[in-house]
Design a protein around this ligand. Structure first.
Ligand code: ADP
Ligand code: ADP
Length: 227
């Protein structure tokens, strides 16, 4: 579904965050495992069209179309949901209001149409009962589930989640991963993480990255055993 070739990125400070990344990412849940500083966020931001690569290519194939991710930004943004690592929420706004606000930004129609989508998503991520509460009072896990609802606005074909379980307690982590697994049944999901179990528990295919390079990719247990 997503073919990445020779992707490179060197920051102004000289750090080579992406050093010739090649990946073939199929539909379903794909795990991107690597230590802090490996280049995961740089790759995610590049795929989300929030930052330019220096070179290489990324092609997204969906619904019979081939989209050049590095050039067709508008097309990519229509097809992609993104939960960044540093996803912030306005603390004084309710979940319902902020999600509706994001829906407006995504151009999801008039109030009535939006309401159906927004309410459906709040149910899906299990925040329906707290939809009128301010986000400032949400736990880390609730915020991340809100982040998933935001990422699912507009029916994306590919959802990218960057280090979503960092800082969650075990119960919230399980809850969040179960939600991701449900979503992964219908939509391609790239899960970036430094936690081995996030990948082995959830992802049929994965890649290990370090220092801007792909060390290996494949089925998790085989890949980890080969390390
Ligand atoms: P990860 O998500 O795997 O932790 P990152 O992509 O955040 O990795 O970082 C990869 C490398 O690039 C690290 O050495 C990091 O310090 C550096 N880096 C990330 N973002 C920037 C930036 N905006 N400017 C300079 N260096 C950066
Ligand atoms: P911090 O993120 O350190 O709390 P900021 O000044 O970046 O401080 O943000 C102030 C408040 O606004 C924070 O509560 C933050 O979560 C929220 N916020 C910042 N950026 C966004 C954003 N893009 N979307 C939603 N809320 C945001």
């Amino acid at each position: 579904m997503l073919t990445i070739r020779d992707l490179t990125k060197t920051y102004a400070n000289g750090v080579r965050a992406l050093d010739g990344i090649c990946l073939d990412i199929p539909r379903g849940m794909f795990g991107l495992l690597g230590p802090n500083g490996a280049g995961k966020s740089s790759l995610m931001r590049t795929l989300a069209t929030l930052q330019e690569a220096d070179g290489g290519s990324a092609v997204l194939e969906t619904d019979g179309r081939r989209i050049d991710v590095l050039r067709e930004k508008d097309a990519v943004r229509r097809l992609l949901g993104y939960l960044p690592q540093d996803f912030g929420v306005y603390p004084k706004v309710s979940a319902l209001d902020l999600l509706d606000h994001f829906a407006v930004l995504k151009g999801l129609g008039e109030r009535k149409q939006r309401r159906e989508v927004v309410e459906g998503l709040l149910h899906q991520v299990n925040l329906w009962n707290v939809r009128k509460q301010k986000l400032g009072g949400f736990s880390g896990g609730m915020r991340q589930r809100f982040g998933i609802a935001q990422a699912l606005l507009g029916d994306p074909r590919l959802v990218i989640v960057d280090e979503p379980t960092a800082g969650l307690d075990p119960e919230e982590r399980n809850r969040f991963l179960n939600l991701l697994a449900e979503i992964g049944e219908n939509v391609a999901v790239i899960l970036s993480t430094h936690i081995v179990e996030d990948v082995t528990d959830l992802c049929p295919t994965m890649a290990i990255v370090d220092k801007g390079k792909v060390l290996l990719s494949g089925e998790p247990n085989a890949a980890i055993a080969a390390l």
